[in-house]
Design a binder for this molecule. Structure first.
Ligand SMILES: [Fe+2]
Length: 351
């Protein structure tokens, strides 16, 4: 075991260690257990991180604020948005739950840990693996939803109430869904949805109270919601759950990209209909694709495992990393020249 795997083993001690967890619960069996709060220092490489102030001292990135006070402030338009970290405490005091996503960017110990977790569970290199810190009080929390990820939740401070319920509407979801969106179902959910959704607040779900030191494994797709009557802090390790569908998209592209027909411009007439020429091109392209794709093998798909398998998260991560870099390096814009240079002036006028 290397240091990071040892740290994971310590964190998973309440369920018998990480190997036992993998055998008994990974990837789809819910479990929660109580353990010592002291072991949670392994989440942050030993750095003290037991209060929101500790987190905000290092987390230099936009903070997601969620809750009724955001609904009120926006006249009902949204229940969440991003705010600069300096404004997060004020929202927290008003009852918003705070989400500090990609927290591992600011904590090297956590960064090693999330990578080690991805490797330990045999997930492809392109899988999103990240740390997230949550803080709330005054009843703040997240409304009912399910995720397309798995979450390992470690409760650092305070008592937080979770409600969890089996998902009878969909299996193996490939995207997050908030119950508040119902009856709207995005296509990725609608295509695999059946029946009526659960009641708001999951009254027939299971209640779990997390206390400092508790851990909870939330498999992909379980309905859940949270509430913090008192000040709480928790740290999540979140692992993406890439599917064969994610890999096949890259394999299809790789298989077809050397065919000229597939690199033709998409071109329609003024009514948005296919022109006869375009139709003939696409029909040829599809015939050739059928032949090539039927020869793809499982190994061809596996070859794509190091591709970026979640473009949305990749974009979020790049954006947040670049914001963090600029501030970490204390970068300031170059001073404006006292007089516009002739060269610059002429180059801008030529554009
Ligand atoms: Fe969630």
């Amino acid at each position: 075991m290397n240091d990071s795997t040892e740290a994971l083993d310590l964190l998973f001690e309440p369920v018998g260690g990480i190997e036992k967890f993998r055998q008994e619960y990974w990837p789809d069996r819910f479990v929660t257990a109580e353990g010592s709060p002291e072991r949670l220092a392994a989440l942050t490489g030993g750095r003290a991180m037991t209060s929101l102030e500790d987190v905000l001292a290092v987390y230099d990135n936009p903070v997601m604020v969620v809750g009724a006070c955001v609904v009120d402030a926006t006249g009902g338009i949204t229940d969440r948005f991003l705010v600069p970290p300096g404004e997060a405490l004020a929202w927290y005091e008003q009852g918003a739950a705070l989400e500090m996503d990609f927290a591992h960017f600011f904590l090297p110990g956590m960064s090693h840990l999330v990578s080690a977790a991805r490797k330990f569970f045999g997930l492809p290199g392109g899988t999103v693996a990240k740390g997230i810190v949550y803080a709330a009080k005054h009843g703040g929390g997240f409304p009912v939803h399910f995720d397309a990820y798995v979450n390992f939740v470690f409760q650092v401070a305070g008592e937080k109430v979770w409600r969890v319920r089996e998902n009878e509407n969909t299996t193996l979801p490939i995207q997050h869904y908030d119950l508040a969106q119902y009856p709207y179902l995005p296509e990725g959910v609608q295509r695999v949805w059946t029946g009526e959704p659960p009641a708001e607040g999951l009254p027939d779900g299971r209640e779990v109270v997390l206390r400092p030191g508790s851990m909870l494994f939330l498999p992909r797709g379980l309905w859940h919601c949270t509430a913090s009557g008192e000040a709480t802090l928790s740290i999540n390790i979140t692992l993406g759950q890439p599917t064969w569908l994610d890999l096949v998209q890259h394999a299809v592209r790789r298989s077809l990209l050397d065919l000229d027909e597939w690199r033709e411009l998409v071109w329609t007439d003024a009514d948005g209909e296919l022109t006869p020429g375009a139709r003939a091109t696409v029909e040829r392209a599809l015939r050739e694709a059928g032949s090539r794709l039927s020869r793809l093998t499982p190994e061809d798909l596996l070859r794509e495992r190091d591709q970026a398998l979640d473009p949305y998260q990749e974009t979020q991560g790049s954006f947040r990393r670049s914001l963090g870099f600029a501030r970490m390096l204390n970068a300031v814009p170059p001073a404006a020249p006292s007089q516009p240079s002739r060269q610059r002036s002429s180059s801008s006028s030529s554009s």
